[in-house]
Design a binder for this molecule. Structure first.
Ligand SMILES: [Zn+2]
Length: 102
């Protein structure tokens, strides 16, 4: 039996914006993974738990868009958008990653 993979099609990407008073400041923005790739974004994190994600399916054909999955299974277990969390039946409460990407 094939192992079910987590597929998350929206993530956060790190962008920079002009700061009041000059200079730039980083901020995170929710974005579709395929669009982020097309825009050459390079820093990603989970939009729900802020944990690290792995970028997958970059070279997929049209109709099979790129996606991300949690790098650390523990994040998926307690992320409100995580596959393992959504499958859990013990009434657990979602929380942020222990190692959020800053
Ligand atoms: Zn997450």
């Amino acid at each position: 039996m094939a192992v079910e993979r987590e597929k998350i099609y929206e993530c956060e990407v790190k962008r920079r914006r002009v700061k009041t008073g000059g200079g730039y400041e980083p901020f995170w923005k929710i974005k579709n993974v395929a669009i982020a790739l097309a825009d050459s974004d390079t820093e990603f994190r989970c939009k729900d738990c802020f944990g690290e994600v792995k970028l997958l399916g970059k070279n997929n054909k049209a109709g099979a868009p790129a996606y991300v999955e949690h790098k650390v299974p523990a994040d998926s277990e307690y992320c409100s958008g995580g596959m393992l969390f959504l499958k859990a039946t013990d009434g657990r409460v979602a929380k942020l990653s222990e190692h959020p990407v800053a």
